[in-house]
Design a protein around this ligand. Structure first.
Ligand code: DAH
Length: 339
């Protein structure tokens, strides 16, 4: 009988089940009212007294093993159904995760900010609804200055003092009013001009302004900073500065990069010259420093400003500025892989 019991224990240990029904059948077979254990305990009554202790212990082990097996299998199967309830069919194909895309304006803005942040520039912002002082007067554009006409301005409710900023240069003034030099800041933002909308111009667009103020800042610092920027941004290492005029800088310059004339597109976008204008810049006019509360005898600095749409159009060969604002997903989806 002992042998029989030990064989049964082995059988129980090797048993597995994949359904609840199988477990139940197993339970009935061993532990049921007409089961194997019942039978064995009946047989046990007839066992010789000298063997009772040993066989009794073996039978108890058998019962325990069977009962534990039933519980173990039941728990396992329950866990499985629980998992199924949470995850469903784990073998089914995964649902594709739709990736969004950043807007090209954000991509280019982030890139510009990142490039300047590497050389110590922070980011600053100012209001889109601006007053005359910060947008014009403090920037050396007093009332009736002819250069004001260059920037067709939207005024708010016929109040000539409150307007939508026409450039991010207004943030320069605000930043200088609130911070002491040394100053190194870039100010990205939206600007507004009362212009006819066309493939090349829009009444709402974006700029990044740069400002660097410290002791002994020279034009050479400006040139070197811009060269660094164009290398990082466009991978182009040849620039030229053409004398120009801005009321808030003296001297002022327009920055061209040498784009090259390798492809037909190069010819088209550079109008056959190989050169492309990308921003305005100059040494901050002493009057502007004074207006913003900085002593021009102690400090000097440079500033620059560029249009984000223009740069995005160059980088991604976008033919029409209106595409930025139409929210056509067929256009926006193309920037999915760009960070
Ligand atoms: N504010 C100018 C514009 O909107 C761009 C600009 C030119 C900004 C020269 C500057 C600068 O800071 O120095 O066209």
């Amino acid at each position: 009988m002992l042998n029989k019991v030990n064989t049964l224990i082995k059988e129980i240990n090797n048993f597995t089940a994949s359904t609840k029904e199988e477990v139940e059948q197993f339970r009935i077979k061993f532990l049921g009212s007409k089961g194997i254990l019942k039978e064995l305990f009946n047989e046990f009554k007839t066992v010789d007294n000298s063997l009772k202790k040993e066989i009794g212990q073996a039978l108890n082990t058998l019962r325990k093993t069977a009962a534990e097996k039933v519980n173990e299998l039941k728990e396992k199967l329950e866990e499985k159904t629980e998992q199924k309830a949470i995850y469903g069919d784990l073998t089914r194909p995964a649902e594709p995760i739709e990736l969004g895309a950043r807007h090209p304006i954000s991509i280019v803005k982030n890139k510009i900010v990142e490039i300047f942040s590497r050389i110590g520039f922070n980011v600053s912002e100012g209001p889109e609804i601006e007053d005359d002082w910060h947008n014009f007067t403090a920037l050396n554009l007093p009332e009736h200055h002819p250069a004001r006409d260059m920037q067709d301005t939207f005024f708010i409710e016929k109040n000539p003092d409150i307007l939508l900023r026409t450039h991010t240069s207004s943030v320069q003034v605000r930043y200088m009013e609130n911070h002491k030099p040394p100053i190194r800041t870039v100010s990205p933002g939206r600007v507004f001009r009362n212009e006819d909308i066309s493939a090349r111009a829009h009444c709402i667009f974006h700029q990044v302004e740069g400002l660097y103020i410290d002791k002994d800042v020279s034009f050479a610092d400006l040139k070197q900073t811009l060269l660094y920027f164009t290398k990082e941004m466009f991978g182009k290492s040849k620039i030229r500065l053409r004398p120009s005029y801005f009321p808030f800088t003296e001297p002022s310059a327009e920055v061209d990069i040498y784009w090259g004339l390798e492809t037909e597109v190069d010819y088209k976008i550079t109008k056959g010259t190989g050169w492309l204008e990308i921003m305005g810049c100059g040494m901050v006019d002493p009057n502007v420093l004074k207006n913003a509360g900085i002593d021009p005898n102690e400090y000097s600095g440079f500033a620059f400003g560029m249009g984000i749409e223009r740069i995005a159009m160059l980088l991604y060969q976008i033919p029409d500025i209106r595409m930025f604002y139409e929210n056509d997903t067929r256009f926006l989806e193309q920037f999915k892989s760009v960070l």
